[in-house]
Design a protein around this ligand. Structure first.
Ligand code: AHR
Length: 512
């Protein structure tokens, strides 16, 4: 058993010694980056009840729906301002054959979803259903193509089917299937986790294969593809090195996956039952993503100093044990304030690297891993993570304002530093400043002083997500236990903002 090694370190602060507090200094003079809205991307895989039951119930369902999409889920997702949606996997993508999902539904062949519990996939949700969903959500589709078990011809034809306006064979087939106008598809992933479920390849081999597949994925009419190579996971810096060395010229983006997984001895831990040591260890693991990002970016900088190739963190989030009595392999997990902190801290961090990091996709949108929404037949509940994404959407496409934070830190059981306060700031097109703040300390409030010298504003408004306990979560019986409320704990005093941030809380302030 691991020992509890929570020790308080002395903060470098000069003013904070006597109180639990923090100082934040904004640096608008250092603003150079836009926070790409695509950092707020989502991911929907044919896995468990993400698609079937979560997003899609079919037009004949007694669950209220619009052309087969659940109305309650659609309505909730529209409020998130989702910039892009990745589909159909994940691991599923490299076993998916898109032609099985077009034409009259009753003719679609079935398949075994080998990656996710051996469930029978009836292919009723296919290309049309996905791209029409993106239109309903007003988000950009991000298609993940099959490299592992597919062919170059199959992927090339899929691109033609979706995007060709002319009289080409695949455009004709699309028209026969009821869609006259081509869709716009920009983001195209060429394989997924090609080092693992996507084909167990070596990076040298995949780099060549990527180049071959990418060659035949054409730009039809005015559609312009943004081709994304399957990237590394976590600490596999060699994969990024080899891909950048051998294929950077042929790619627009390179992906990276990082999950906040903390379990040991075969168990990832329960989503809703954890002690403070496990909590801080999760926050420590979550924050380690910054070091991982920096190291992959350093390698990309070596081969691409102009930063032409984007880094796409197209899978991230928490991964816990599946909820008891749910279908094995379906990755259905609950979502507490701890998950909300992982979302808030990760997004605050992503904002710092948007000169290279141009997209991120939390895994996954409904009913799988760190989801926005959980459903059970007709019932639906919004998770604490949903509320973070909804509160944070104000940062999308805003100018990032760099900042420094001085605050108390603890050391987690893996000897990682965990600062008690996390923050990020941006200025939007109307000149409004938004500051997102998190106090990860479950027991103590933080008195935060934020220097606003040089910033003009007349009004401060805010919202806060807080919990009585870090294990708090929403259930179908208590759907509103964790939800944002109005926050009035910030006031101005002599060019400073004094913010009293309750224990275990996440807030967004608007300075107007
Ligand atoms: O998100 C679940 C799975 O995690 C994805 O299918 C795969 O890409 C990753 O290993």
């Amino acid at each position: 058993m691991r020992k509890l090694i929570l020790c308080l370190t002395v903060c470098i602060s000069f003013t904070l010694q006597a109180q639990k507090g923090a100082q934040i200094q904004l640096h608008p003079e250092k603003s150079t980056q836009i926070i790409d809205r695509h950092i707020y991307g989502q991911f929907a895989e044919h896995l468990g009840s993400c698609i079937y039951g979560g997003l899609w119930v079919g037009p004949d369902s007694d669950i209220p729906n619009t052309d087969g999409y659940r109305n309650d889920v659609l309505e909730a997702l529209k409020k998130l301002q989702i910039p892009n949606l990745r589909w159909p996997g994940g691991c599923f993508a490299d076993e998916y054959h898109w032609m099985d999902g077009i034409g009259p539904r009753e003719n679609h062949p079935k398949m075994v979803n080998n990656n996710w519990g051996g469930t029978i996939e009836d292919n009723s949700f296919g290309t049309h259903e996905f791209l029409n969903l993106c239109e309903l959500l007003e988000c950009e589709p991000y298609i993940s193509g099959n490299v592992g078990s597919g062919t170059v011809e199959e992927l090339a034809k899929w691109v033609e089917y979706m995007t060709s306006e002319g009289d080409s064979p695949m455009a004709r087939l699309r028209r026969e299937n009821g869609r006259d106008k081509a869709w716009k598809v920009k983001y195209l992933g060429v394989g997924n986790e090609s080092w693992g479920c996507g084909g167990s390849m070596r990076p040298e081999y995949y780099a060549d294969l990527y180049r071959r597949y990418a060659t035949y994925c054409r730009n039809y009419d005015d559609n312009r593809l943004f081709k994304i190579a399957s990237g590394a996971s976590d600490y596999d810096y060699n994969w990024t090195e080899i891909l950048m060395k051998n294929a950077a010229y042929h790619m627009d983006g390179l992906s990276l996956h990082y999950y906040t997984v903390t379990g040991w001895e075969g168990s990832k831990g329960a989503a809703t039952i954890f002690n403070k040591e496990e909590y801080y260890n999760t926050i420590g693991k979550c924050l380690e993503i910054e070091d991982v990002l920096i190291k992959h970016i350093e390698i990309m900088d070596k081969y691409d100093p102009q930063k032409r190739v984007a880094l796409m963190m197209d899978e991230w989030g928490t991964w816990w044990d599946e909820e008891p009595e749910t279908t094995p392999g379906h990755l259905y997990q609950q979502n507490t304030m701890r998950d909300a902190f992982v979302a808030a801290l990760t997004l605050n961090l992503f904002h710092k690297y948007t000169d290279r990091l141009k997209m991120a996709n939390i895994a996954q949108i409904v009913n799988v891993l760190q989801s926005m929404i959980l459903t059970n037949n007709k019932q639906m509940v919004l998770t604490p993570t949903y509320h973070v994404f909804e509160m944070y959407k104000v940062h999308q496409d805003a100018i990032h304002i760099p900042l420094d934070i001085l605050c108390e830190k603890i050391i987690d059981s893996n000897k990682r530093e965990v600062p008690m306060v996390s923050a990020s700031a941006s200025r939007n097109k109307e000149g409004k400043i938004h500051i997102t703040l998190a106090n990860v300390d479950p027991d103590n409030k933080q008195e935060i002083t934020l220097d606003t010298t040089g910033q003009k504003f007349n009004k401060i408004t805010g919202r806060i997500l807080r919990a009585g306990s870090i294990t708090d979560h929403n259930t179908f019986d208590r759907p509103d236990l964790v939800k944002p409320v109005s926050f009035t704990g910030a006031k101005t005093a002599e060019g400073q903002l004094l913010i009293s941030l309750p224990a275990a809380s996440i807030a967004v302030l608007e300075l107007n």
